[in-house]
Design a protein around this ligand. Structure first.
Ligand SMILES: *Cc1c(COP(=O)(O)O)cnc(C)c1O
Length: 433
Protein backbone atom coordinates (compact mmCIF):
# COMPACT_ATOMS: atom_id res chain seq x y z
CA UNK A 1 0.00 0.00 0.00
CA UNK A 2 1.27 3.48 -0.79
CA UNK A 3 2.45 5.67 2.04
CA UNK A 4 -0.59 7.74 2.96
CA UNK A 5 1.37 10.16 5.13
CA UNK A 6 3.46 13.03 3.91
CA UNK A 7 2.78 16.32 2.26
CA UNK A 8 -0.94 15.99 1.61
CA UNK A 9 -3.02 18.92 0.39
CA UNK A 10 -4.84 18.88 3.74
CA UNK A 11 -1.54 19.25 5.62
CA UNK A 12 -0.41 22.06 3.34
CA UNK A 13 -3.70 23.92 3.73
CA UNK A 14 -3.66 23.52 7.51
CA UNK A 15 -0.19 24.98 7.75
CA UNK A 16 -0.93 27.78 5.27
CA UNK A 17 -4.28 28.87 6.70
CA UNK A 18 -4.77 27.48 10.18
CA UNK A 19 -2.64 26.25 13.06
CA UNK A 20 -2.18 23.26 15.29
CA UNK A 21 -1.34 23.58 18.97
CA UNK A 22 -0.33 20.32 20.61
CA UNK A 23 -1.78 18.68 17.54
CA UNK A 24 -5.18 20.37 17.91
CA UNK A 25 -6.53 22.32 14.94
CA UNK A 26 -7.33 25.97 15.67
CA UNK A 27 -9.25 28.48 13.54
CA UNK A 28 -8.48 32.13 14.08
CA UNK A 29 -6.90 31.18 17.40
CA UNK A 30 -9.89 29.16 18.62
CA UNK A 31 -9.76 25.47 19.54
CA UNK A 32 -12.19 23.57 17.32
CA UNK A 33 -13.00 21.16 20.16
CA UNK A 34 -14.32 24.09 22.17
CA UNK A 35 -16.45 25.34 19.28
CA UNK A 36 -17.88 21.83 18.90
CA UNK A 37 -18.77 21.76 22.60
CA UNK A 38 -20.47 25.14 22.51
CA UNK A 39 -22.30 24.97 19.21
CA UNK A 40 -22.78 21.26 18.65
CA UNK A 41 -21.79 19.28 15.60
CA UNK A 42 -21.71 19.31 12.69
CA UNK A 43 -20.95 22.96 11.95
CA UNK A 44 -19.33 25.24 9.41
CA UNK A 45 -16.78 27.75 10.64
CA UNK A 46 -15.34 30.63 8.61
CA UNK A 47 -12.29 32.69 9.49
CA UNK A 48 -12.84 36.39 8.76
CA UNK A 49 -9.09 37.03 8.59
CA UNK A 50 -8.81 34.49 5.75
CA UNK A 51 -11.74 36.05 3.90
CA UNK A 52 -9.96 39.39 4.09
CA UNK A 53 -6.63 37.89 3.08
CA UNK A 54 -8.10 36.29 -0.06
CA UNK A 55 -9.79 39.56 -0.98
CA UNK A 56 -6.65 41.63 -0.46
CA UNK A 57 -4.42 39.16 -2.28
CA UNK A 58 -6.64 39.21 -5.36
CA UNK A 59 -7.47 42.92 -5.29
CA UNK A 60 -3.75 43.62 -4.94
CA UNK A 61 -2.84 41.34 -7.83
CA UNK A 62 -5.27 43.01 -10.25
CA UNK A 63 -4.89 46.57 -8.90
CA UNK A 64 -4.97 49.18 -11.62
CA UNK A 65 -6.85 46.87 -13.95
CA UNK A 66 -9.98 45.64 -12.16
CA UNK A 67 -11.90 45.93 -8.92
CA UNK A 68 -13.16 42.86 -7.07
CA UNK A 69 -16.81 42.26 -6.21
CA UNK A 70 -18.17 39.23 -4.34
CA UNK A 71 -20.43 36.61 -5.91
CA UNK A 72 -22.95 36.07 -3.14
CA UNK A 73 -24.14 32.62 -4.17
CA UNK A 74 -20.80 31.14 -3.06
CA UNK A 75 -21.77 31.88 0.54
CA UNK A 76 -24.68 34.20 1.26
CA UNK A 77 -24.24 34.46 5.05
CA UNK A 78 -24.80 38.18 5.68
CA UNK A 79 -21.78 38.46 7.98
CA UNK A 80 -19.58 37.18 5.16
CA UNK A 81 -21.02 39.62 2.64
CA UNK A 82 -20.32 42.31 5.22
CA UNK A 83 -16.67 41.31 5.58
CA UNK A 84 -16.20 41.76 1.83
CA UNK A 85 -18.28 44.94 1.79
CA UNK A 86 -15.94 46.37 4.42
CA UNK A 87 -13.02 45.53 2.11
CA UNK A 88 -14.66 47.59 -0.62
CA UNK A 89 -16.44 44.87 -2.59
CA UNK A 90 -19.71 45.26 -4.41
CA UNK A 91 -21.91 42.21 -4.86
CA UNK A 92 -22.98 39.98 -7.74
CA UNK A 93 -26.38 38.51 -6.93
CA UNK A 94 -28.70 35.99 -8.57
CA UNK A 95 -32.03 36.47 -6.78
CA UNK A 96 -34.11 39.05 -4.96
CA UNK A 97 -33.18 37.37 -1.66
CA UNK A 98 -29.47 37.75 -2.40
CA UNK A 99 -30.15 41.38 -3.27
CA UNK A 100 -31.86 41.85 0.10
CA UNK A 101 -29.03 40.06 1.93
CA UNK A 102 -26.43 42.27 0.23
CA UNK A 103 -28.43 45.37 0.96
CA UNK A 104 -28.80 44.31 4.61
CA UNK A 105 -25.05 43.75 4.78
CA UNK A 106 -24.56 47.36 3.77
CA UNK A 107 -23.63 47.01 0.11
CA UNK A 108 -24.61 50.11 -1.84
CA UNK A 109 -27.28 48.98 -4.37
CA UNK A 110 -25.43 50.88 -7.06
CA UNK A 111 -22.58 48.41 -6.51
CA UNK A 112 -24.80 45.36 -6.91
CA UNK A 113 -25.20 43.58 -10.22
CA UNK A 114 -27.70 40.89 -11.06
CA UNK A 115 -26.93 37.93 -13.32
CA UNK A 116 -28.86 34.69 -13.80
CA UNK A 117 -30.64 33.02 -16.69
CA UNK A 118 -34.21 32.91 -15.38
CA UNK A 119 -34.93 36.10 -13.48
CA UNK A 120 -38.50 36.16 -12.17
CA UNK A 121 -40.80 39.16 -12.38
CA UNK A 122 -40.52 39.45 -8.60
CA UNK A 123 -36.70 39.41 -8.82
CA UNK A 124 -36.71 42.09 -11.49
CA UNK A 125 -39.29 44.16 -9.65
CA UNK A 126 -37.39 44.06 -6.34
CA UNK A 127 -34.04 44.91 -7.85
CA UNK A 128 -35.30 47.71 -10.11
CA UNK A 129 -37.28 49.19 -7.21
CA UNK A 130 -34.22 48.87 -4.98
CA UNK A 131 -32.04 50.89 -7.31
CA UNK A 132 -29.72 48.07 -8.38
CA UNK A 133 -26.63 49.22 -10.23
CA UNK A 134 -26.87 46.88 -13.19
CA UNK A 135 -28.98 44.01 -14.45
CA UNK A 136 -27.30 41.57 -16.77
CA UNK A 137 -29.55 40.57 -19.64
CA UNK A 138 -29.39 36.94 -20.65
CA UNK A 139 -32.23 36.63 -23.19
CA UNK A 140 -34.69 38.71 -25.18
CA UNK A 141 -37.61 38.05 -22.88
CA UNK A 142 -35.65 39.48 -19.98
CA UNK A 143 -34.79 42.57 -21.97
CA UNK A 144 -38.48 43.24 -22.43
CA UNK A 145 -39.43 42.56 -18.81
CA UNK A 146 -36.65 44.71 -17.35
CA UNK A 147 -37.72 47.54 -19.65
CA UNK A 148 -41.33 47.14 -18.46
CA UNK A 149 -40.28 47.22 -14.82
CA UNK A 150 -38.24 50.36 -15.42
CA UNK A 151 -41.25 51.90 -17.17
CA UNK A 152 -43.47 51.12 -14.17
CA UNK A 153 -40.95 52.73 -11.84
CA UNK A 154 -40.39 55.71 -14.09
CA UNK A 155 -36.66 55.04 -14.28
CA UNK A 156 -34.05 54.10 -16.82
CA UNK A 157 -32.37 50.86 -15.76
CA UNK A 158 -28.68 50.29 -16.33
CA UNK A 159 -28.12 46.94 -18.00
CA UNK A 160 -25.25 44.89 -19.34
CA UNK A 161 -25.33 42.28 -22.07
CA UNK A 162 -24.07 38.91 -20.95
CA UNK A 163 -22.19 37.34 -23.82
CA UNK A 164 -21.79 33.65 -24.55
CA UNK A 165 -18.44 33.71 -26.37
CA UNK A 166 -18.14 32.41 -29.91
CA UNK A 167 -15.96 29.67 -31.37
CA UNK A 168 -12.97 32.03 -31.78
CA UNK A 169 -12.70 32.13 -27.99
CA UNK A 170 -11.91 28.43 -27.94
CA UNK A 171 -8.45 29.00 -29.37
CA UNK A 172 -5.10 29.36 -27.63
CA UNK A 173 -5.24 29.45 -23.87
CA UNK A 174 -8.79 30.79 -23.75
CA UNK A 175 -10.61 27.47 -23.59
CA UNK A 176 -14.15 28.83 -23.70
CA UNK A 177 -16.81 29.55 -26.23
CA UNK A 178 -18.57 28.14 -29.21
CA UNK A 179 -20.96 26.03 -27.15
CA UNK A 180 -24.71 26.33 -26.74
CA UNK A 181 -25.52 27.91 -23.37
CA UNK A 182 -28.55 29.03 -21.37
CA UNK A 183 -26.42 31.97 -20.17
CA UNK A 184 -26.24 35.19 -22.10
CA UNK A 185 -26.53 36.01 -25.79
CA UNK A 186 -24.44 34.26 -28.40
CA UNK A 187 -21.55 36.41 -29.53
CA UNK A 188 -22.58 35.80 -33.13
CA UNK A 189 -25.68 37.98 -32.59
CA UNK A 190 -23.97 40.64 -30.49
CA UNK A 191 -24.55 43.63 -32.78
CA UNK A 192 -28.25 42.83 -33.16
CA UNK A 193 -28.66 42.50 -29.39
CA UNK A 194 -26.85 45.78 -28.80
CA UNK A 195 -29.19 47.49 -31.25
CA UNK A 196 -32.24 45.99 -29.56
CA UNK A 197 -31.15 47.23 -26.12
CA UNK A 198 -30.31 50.64 -27.52
CA UNK A 199 -33.81 50.83 -28.96
CA UNK A 200 -35.38 50.48 -25.50
CA UNK A 201 -35.79 53.96 -24.00
CA UNK A 202 -36.09 52.51 -20.49
CA UNK A 203 -32.76 50.67 -20.71
CA UNK A 204 -29.31 52.18 -20.60
CA UNK A 205 -26.64 49.88 -21.95
CA UNK A 206 -23.70 50.43 -19.60
CA UNK A 207 -21.55 47.41 -20.24
CA UNK A 208 -20.92 43.77 -20.96
CA UNK A 209 -20.51 40.63 -18.92
CA UNK A 210 -18.41 37.61 -19.80
CA UNK A 211 -18.17 34.66 -17.42
CA UNK A 212 -16.16 31.84 -18.89
CA UNK A 213 -16.52 29.07 -16.31
CA UNK A 214 -15.71 28.15 -12.77
CA UNK A 215 -12.65 26.72 -10.98
CA UNK A 216 -9.99 28.19 -13.26
CA UNK A 217 -6.57 27.40 -11.82
CA UNK A 218 -4.37 28.47 -14.75
CA UNK A 219 -3.36 32.14 -14.75
CA UNK A 220 -2.63 32.25 -18.49
CA UNK A 221 -6.14 31.02 -19.27
CA UNK A 222 -7.77 33.65 -17.10
CA UNK A 223 -5.59 36.41 -18.55
CA UNK A 224 -6.48 35.51 -22.11
CA UNK A 225 -10.17 35.26 -21.24
CA UNK A 226 -10.00 38.75 -19.76
CA UNK A 227 -8.23 40.04 -22.87
CA UNK A 228 -10.99 38.50 -24.98
CA UNK A 229 -13.54 40.28 -22.81
CA UNK A 230 -11.84 43.58 -23.63
CA UNK A 231 -12.14 42.89 -27.34
CA UNK A 232 -15.87 42.20 -26.91
CA UNK A 233 -16.16 45.46 -24.98
CA UNK A 234 -14.51 47.29 -27.86
CA UNK A 235 -17.00 45.79 -30.28
CA UNK A 236 -19.94 46.93 -28.17
CA UNK A 237 -18.46 50.41 -27.70
CA UNK A 238 -18.02 50.70 -31.47
CA UNK A 239 -21.61 49.70 -32.04
CA UNK A 240 -23.06 52.18 -29.54
CA UNK A 241 -20.50 54.84 -30.52
CA UNK A 242 -19.64 55.71 -26.93
CA UNK A 243 -17.20 54.37 -24.31
CA UNK A 244 -18.31 51.54 -22.04
CA UNK A 245 -18.98 52.21 -18.36
CA UNK A 246 -18.65 48.67 -17.02
CA UNK A 247 -16.86 45.55 -18.12
CA UNK A 248 -17.60 42.51 -15.98
CA UNK A 249 -15.07 39.76 -16.60
CA UNK A 250 -16.77 37.28 -14.29
CA UNK A 251 -15.57 35.12 -11.46
CA UNK A 252 -14.33 31.60 -11.88
CA UNK A 253 -10.97 31.82 -10.12
CA UNK A 254 -10.23 28.42 -8.66
CA UNK A 255 -8.84 27.00 -5.44
CA UNK A 256 -7.14 23.62 -4.97
CA UNK A 257 -9.41 20.81 -3.80
CA UNK A 258 -7.42 17.76 -4.79
CA UNK A 259 -3.80 16.77 -4.33
CA UNK A 260 -3.23 17.16 -8.07
CA UNK A 261 -4.49 20.78 -8.13
CA UNK A 262 -1.92 23.57 -8.12
CA UNK A 263 -3.15 26.81 -6.56
CA UNK A 264 -3.81 29.72 -8.93
CA UNK A 265 -0.55 31.66 -9.29
CA UNK A 266 -1.40 35.23 -8.33
CA UNK A 267 2.12 36.36 -9.20
CA UNK A 268 1.48 35.22 -12.76
CA UNK A 269 -1.81 37.15 -12.72
CA UNK A 270 0.10 40.18 -11.49
CA UNK A 271 2.68 39.77 -14.26
CA UNK A 272 -0.12 39.89 -16.81
CA UNK A 273 -1.45 43.21 -15.57
CA UNK A 274 0.86 45.70 -17.34
CA UNK A 275 -0.23 44.49 -20.78
CA UNK A 276 -3.92 44.64 -19.90
CA UNK A 277 -3.60 48.01 -18.21
CA UNK A 278 -1.70 49.44 -21.19
CA UNK A 279 -4.42 48.24 -23.51
CA UNK A 280 -7.20 49.77 -21.42
CA UNK A 281 -5.54 53.10 -20.78
CA UNK A 282 -4.61 53.60 -24.43
CA UNK A 283 -8.15 52.95 -25.65
CA UNK A 284 -10.74 55.71 -25.19
CA UNK A 285 -13.50 53.10 -25.59
CA UNK A 286 -12.33 51.29 -22.42
CA UNK A 287 -10.43 53.89 -20.44
CA UNK A 288 -13.33 55.10 -18.29
CA UNK A 289 -14.89 51.70 -17.67
CA UNK A 290 -15.18 50.11 -14.26
CA UNK A 291 -13.67 46.69 -14.88
CA UNK A 292 -14.97 44.10 -12.44
CA UNK A 293 -14.05 40.60 -11.36
CA UNK A 294 -16.75 38.92 -9.30
CA UNK A 295 -15.43 35.67 -7.85
CA UNK A 296 -17.10 33.68 -5.12
CA UNK A 297 -15.14 30.49 -4.58
CA UNK A 298 -11.71 32.12 -4.55
CA UNK A 299 -12.75 34.63 -1.90
CA UNK A 300 -14.80 32.45 0.44
CA UNK A 301 -13.66 28.87 -0.13
CA UNK A 302 -10.36 28.68 1.75
CA UNK A 303 -11.74 30.39 4.87
CA UNK A 304 -14.25 27.67 5.71
CA UNK A 305 -14.17 24.31 7.46
CA UNK A 306 -16.95 21.79 7.91
CA UNK A 307 -16.49 20.00 11.22
CA UNK A 308 -18.23 16.72 12.05
CA UNK A 309 -18.06 14.34 14.97
CA UNK A 310 -17.22 10.67 14.59
CA UNK A 311 -20.10 8.41 15.60
CA UNK A 312 -18.46 5.08 14.90
CA UNK A 313 -15.47 3.53 13.21
CA UNK A 314 -15.74 0.14 11.62
CA UNK A 315 -13.88 -2.11 9.27
CA UNK A 316 -15.75 -3.80 6.45
CA UNK A 317 -13.86 -6.40 4.44
CA UNK A 318 -10.59 -4.66 5.11
CA UNK A 319 -11.77 -1.07 4.49
CA UNK A 320 -11.97 1.38 7.37
CA UNK A 321 -15.14 3.50 7.58
CA UNK A 322 -15.31 6.61 9.76
CA UNK A 323 -19.02 7.32 10.24
CA UNK A 324 -19.75 10.92 11.20
CA UNK A 325 -22.73 13.13 11.97
CA UNK A 326 -21.90 15.31 8.96
CA UNK A 327 -22.59 14.53 5.35
CA UNK A 328 -23.83 15.48 1.91
CA UNK A 329 -27.02 17.05 3.26
CA UNK A 330 -24.79 19.90 4.48
CA UNK A 331 -21.89 19.59 2.09
CA UNK A 332 -22.91 18.15 -1.24
CA UNK A 333 -19.76 19.36 -2.99
CA UNK A 334 -17.43 17.45 -0.67
CA UNK A 335 -19.37 14.25 -1.38
CA UNK A 336 -18.50 14.66 -5.06
CA UNK A 337 -22.12 15.02 -6.11
CA UNK A 338 -22.12 18.72 -7.08
CA UNK A 339 -21.04 18.63 -10.68
CA UNK A 340 -17.82 16.65 -10.31
CA UNK A 341 -17.20 14.32 -13.23
CA UNK A 342 -14.70 12.22 -11.31
CA UNK A 343 -15.27 11.92 -7.59
CA UNK A 344 -12.07 12.72 -5.74
CA UNK A 345 -11.55 13.47 -2.10
CA UNK A 346 -11.71 16.96 -0.71
CA UNK A 347 -8.95 17.65 1.81
CA UNK A 348 -10.05 16.16 5.12
CA UNK A 349 -8.09 16.26 8.36
CA UNK A 350 -8.44 15.05 11.91
CA UNK A 351 -9.03 17.89 14.36
CA UNK A 352 -6.57 16.21 16.72
CA UNK A 353 -3.48 14.85 15.01
CA UNK A 354 -0.40 14.30 17.14
CA UNK A 355 1.63 12.79 14.34
CA UNK A 356 0.86 9.11 14.81
CA UNK A 357 0.51 6.74 11.88
CA UNK A 358 -2.30 7.35 9.41
CA UNK A 359 -4.23 4.87 7.38
CA UNK A 360 -6.68 5.33 4.52
CA UNK A 361 -10.29 5.82 5.57
CA UNK A 362 -13.64 6.36 3.97
CA UNK A 363 -15.40 9.20 5.80
CA UNK A 364 -19.15 8.79 5.49
CA UNK A 365 -22.22 10.63 6.75
CA UNK A 366 -25.40 9.44 8.45
CA UNK A 367 -27.66 9.38 5.38
CA UNK A 368 -29.02 6.08 4.08
CA UNK A 369 -27.40 6.35 0.66
CA UNK A 370 -23.98 5.34 -0.64
CA UNK A 371 -23.71 8.86 -2.10
CA UNK A 372 -23.18 10.19 1.42
CA UNK A 373 -19.42 9.92 1.45
CA UNK A 374 -17.21 12.86 2.39
CA UNK A 375 -14.00 11.05 1.46
CA UNK A 376 -13.16 7.70 -0.08
CA UNK A 377 -9.53 7.07 0.80
CA UNK A 378 -8.20 9.83 2.96
CA UNK A 379 -5.29 9.22 5.32
CA UNK A 380 -6.36 9.78 8.93
CA UNK A 381 -4.88 8.85 12.31
CA UNK A 382 -6.65 6.38 14.59
CA UNK A 383 -10.09 7.76 15.39
CA UNK A 384 -12.82 6.65 17.77
CA UNK A 385 -16.37 7.75 18.45
CA UNK A 386 -16.42 11.32 19.75
CA UNK A 387 -13.39 12.51 17.77
CA UNK A 388 -13.71 15.35 15.25
CA UNK A 389 -12.83 15.57 11.57
CA UNK A 390 -12.75 18.71 9.42
CA UNK A 391 -13.28 19.16 5.68
CA UNK A 392 -11.10 21.98 4.37
CA UNK A 393 -11.85 24.40 1.47
CA UNK A 394 -15.49 24.47 2.62
CA UNK A 395 -16.27 28.19 2.72
CA UNK A 396 -17.89 28.32 -0.73
CA UNK A 397 -20.69 26.20 -2.22
CA UNK A 398 -21.16 24.41 1.09
CA UNK A 399 -24.39 24.60 3.05
CA UNK A 400 -26.55 26.58 0.63
CA UNK A 401 -25.47 24.37 -2.28
CA UNK A 402 -26.63 21.24 -0.43
CA UNK A 403 -29.89 19.26 -0.16
CA UNK A 404 -30.54 20.19 3.47
CA UNK A 405 -34.01 18.67 3.47
CA UNK A 406 -32.78 15.22 2.45
CA UNK A 407 -33.44 12.82 5.35
CA UNK A 408 -34.63 15.66 7.58
CA UNK A 409 -31.58 16.04 9.77
CA UNK A 410 -31.21 19.39 11.55
CA UNK A 411 -29.25 22.19 9.90
CA UNK A 412 -25.70 22.86 11.10
CA UNK A 413 -24.50 25.97 12.84
CA UNK A 414 -22.46 28.43 10.79
CA UNK A 415 -19.87 30.36 12.74
CA UNK A 416 -17.76 33.34 11.82
CA UNK A 417 -14.54 33.69 13.79
CA UNK A 418 -13.18 37.20 13.99
CA UNK A 419 -10.71 38.72 16.41
CA UNK A 420 -10.70 35.66 18.63
CA UNK A 421 -14.48 35.36 18.95
CA UNK A 422 -16.96 33.06 17.25
CA UNK A 423 -20.56 33.98 16.52
CA UNK A 424 -23.40 32.33 14.66
CA UNK A 425 -23.67 33.86 11.22
CA UNK A 426 -25.91 31.54 9.22
CA UNK A 427 -29.45 32.02 8.13
CA UNK A 428 -30.35 28.32 8.50
CA UNK A 429 -30.21 28.24 12.29
CA UNK A 430 -30.94 31.37 14.19
CA UNK A 431 -29.50 31.79 17.65
CA UNK A 432 -32.10 31.35 20.39
CA UNK A 433 -33.39 34.64 21.68
C1 LIG B 1 -21.50 31.65 -9.93
C2 LIG B 1 -21.11 32.91 -10.57
C3 LIG B 1 -19.94 33.55 -10.16
C4 LIG B 1 -19.01 33.00 -9.14
O1 LIG B 1 -18.28 31.92 -9.63
P1 LIG B 1 -16.99 31.40 -8.83
O2 LIG B 1 -16.55 30.27 -9.66
O3 LIG B 1 -17.44 31.04 -7.48
O4 LIG B 1 -16.02 32.53 -8.82
C5 LIG B 1 -19.65 34.76 -10.74
N1 LIG B 1 -20.47 35.31 -11.65
C6 LIG B 1 -21.58 34.72 -12.09
C7 LIG B 1 -22.42 35.39 -13.09
C8 LIG B 1 -21.94 33.50 -11.57
O5 LIG B 1 -23.04 32.91 -11.99
Amino acid sequence: MSDPIGDSLADRLVSANFSRRDGVLHVGGLDLRGLAETHGTPFFVYDAALLRRAYRDLAGAVAGFAVVDYSVKANPAPAIIRVFRDEGAGAEIASAAEFAASWAAGVDPRHILFAGPGKSDADIEATVAGGIGEIHLENGEEMRRVAEAAERHGTVQRVAIRINPGPDAQGGAMRMGGKPSPFGFDEEELEAVVDAVEAEPRLHLSGIHLFAGTQGLVAATLLSQWAYGLSLAERVADRVARPLETIDLGGGLGIPYFSTDAALDLDAIRDGMPALIARVTSDPRLREARIVLEPGRFLAGPAGLYVARVRAVKVSRGSRFVITDGGMHHHLAASGNLGQVVKRDYPVTSVVDRGGPRSPCAVVGPLCTPLDMLARTTPLPDLTAGDLVAVLQSGAYGLTASPTGFLSHPPPAELLVDEGRARECGAARRPAD
